[in-house]
Design a protein around this ligand. Structure first.
Ligand SMILES: NC(=O)c1ccc[n+]([C@@H]2O[C@H](COP(=O)([O-])OP(=O)(O)OC[C@H]3O[C@@H](n4cnc5c(N)ncnc54)[C@H](OP(=O)(O)O)[C@@H]3O)[C@@H](O)[C@H]2O)c1
Length: 380
């Protein structure tokens, strides 16, 4: 997490460090996008997952389906949690063709509302509350389902709700079923390198409005592209993993939370209407990726996520809460975020999600005053 040394850095040094991290990030992003197809294949070690239970959201296709397949191959019981059960059944049959012994179960969940996510947790409890060893928050979109409606039924920006806030509700609601060494894995994105938060975003929910500095990087104001809003949701996943690790360590729990960057992987993601027609919205990032058409296979992009869930070695768990990319941890700008900004994010997510869930700082003396960019000004 943030070292004392980093907290004591002068403003100039922090700015220089931040610029260096962002430069590195942009280089990683460029290589991972431009060379996606040509990058050497990563070696995924296999382990025996018999008796282990995994939940994978958005697993009827793309990265989620590929992760479910690896887990099934290693013997795990896998719950394919998808919004469309017909598509999920097709995916199940596909996986069974290569892993005939796979133990696969289908559950319906549309992550675009708080109520659906809460109900999923209640149903899990009502159906016996099985112990969860691995929880993959993978369901995600790169644009709102309809260009005319940016907001979910709860009044949150659609990508924020579907890609991220659902992670908060599900982790909170399912935590009581976690195995002592459970892993929570979030499919983040190279977008983390282009996103950032303003420390003075609202503490209260801002419904049916896009909030600069929270839903998107302030410099994109006033008309952020979908890819920019999306990137914030992916940076939130990384901040969530960091916060969860801080909280769980303080509570003496053995759970692990990781966020990983799959790179540029072939999937239905780039086929969604709002991503394909991105040029009309001046969304150069989505336009470039749909134009380039050179992703790696999803089975390659997902490997880091699977590795993080099954590798409980110290070298991996010590870096839980950091960004993982191609099976290695990388520095990112959140390494410069201080506890106060991270806590502020946590509080806002809990307010939005309607959950009472304390971050429980390890020690009040570790809460510093500075933030990455500007001083925090209290709102509300
Ligand atoms: N592909 C990449 O290059 C890339 C790069 C970085 C990060 N990611 C992230 O990887 C994750 C998986 O994406 P993918 O690339 O594999 O794309 P994908 O093939 O489109 O898969 C996305 C999955 O999420 C599901 N989903 C979307 N909205 C949902 C909702 N409201 N409720 C429940 N499920 C929902 C989709 O279901 P339907 O099939 O019903 O739509 C699908 O199963 C996403 O979080 C994405 O942000 C992808």
């Amino acid at each position: 997490m943030v070292s004392e040394g980093q907290k004591k850095m002068s403003f100039l040094k922090r700015a220089k460090t931040k610029a260096a991290i962002q430069y590195n990030g942009m280089m990683i992003l460029a290589v991972r996008v431009l060379l996606a197809k040509r990058l050497p294949r990563q070696k995924l070690k296999t382990v025996d997952l018999s008796g282990k239970l995994a939940i994978v959201t958005g697993s009827n296709t793309g990265l989620g389906k590929a992760m479910a397949q690896y887990l099934a191959e290693m013997g795990a019981t896998v719950y394919l949690v998808c919004r469309n059960l017909e598509k999920a059944e097709v995916a199940k049959q596909d996986i069974l063709k290569t892993v005939p012994t796979a133990s696969l179960h289908l559950l319906q969940l549309d992550t675009s509302t708080l109520e659906n996510c809460r109900k999923f947790c209640e149903d899990w409890a009502a159906n016996g509350g099985k112990t969860i060893d691995m929880l993959f928050h993978n369901a995600g979109i790169g644009c709102p389902p309809s260009p005319d409606n940016l907001f979910s039924p709860d009044g949150f920006e659609h990508m924020y709700m579907t890609n991220f806030l659902s992670n908060v509700v599900l982790t909170h609601g399912l935590e009581r079923f976690f195995a002592p060494d459970a892993s929570v894995i979030m499919t983040s994105s190279p977008g983390v390198f282009v996103a950032n938060f303003s420390p003075d975003f609202e503490k209260q929910s801002t419904k049916n409005v896009l909030e600069p500095g929270f839903n998107y990087i302030k410099t994109a104001h006033p008309n952020p592209a979908n890819s920019v809003v999306y990137s914030s949701t992916k940076l939130m996943q990384l901040c969530f993993a960091r916060n969860l690790m801080r909280k769980w360590k303080a509570e003496g729990k053995g759970y692990i939370a990781h966020a990983f960057n799959p790179g540029y992987a072939a999937s239905d993601f780039f086929e969604k209407e709002g991503v394909k027609t991105s040029l009309r919205k001046n969304d150069l990032i989505w336009w470039f990726l749909t134009w380039l058409k050179a992703p790696m296979p999803a089975a390659e992009g997902c490997k880091t996520g699977v590795m993080l869930a099954i590798d409980k070695s110290k070298k991996v768990t010590d870096k839980a809460g950091f960004l993982w990319d191609r099976m290695k941890w990388k520095t990112s700008t959140i390494d410069l975020y201080d506890d106060k900004l991270l806590e502020r994010l946590w509080d806002r997510w809990c307010t939005d999600a309607g959950v009472e869930w304390s971050i429980q700082p390890q020690d009040s003396t570790t809460v510093s005053k500075a933030s990455v960019d500007e001083p925090v000004t209290e709102k509300n």
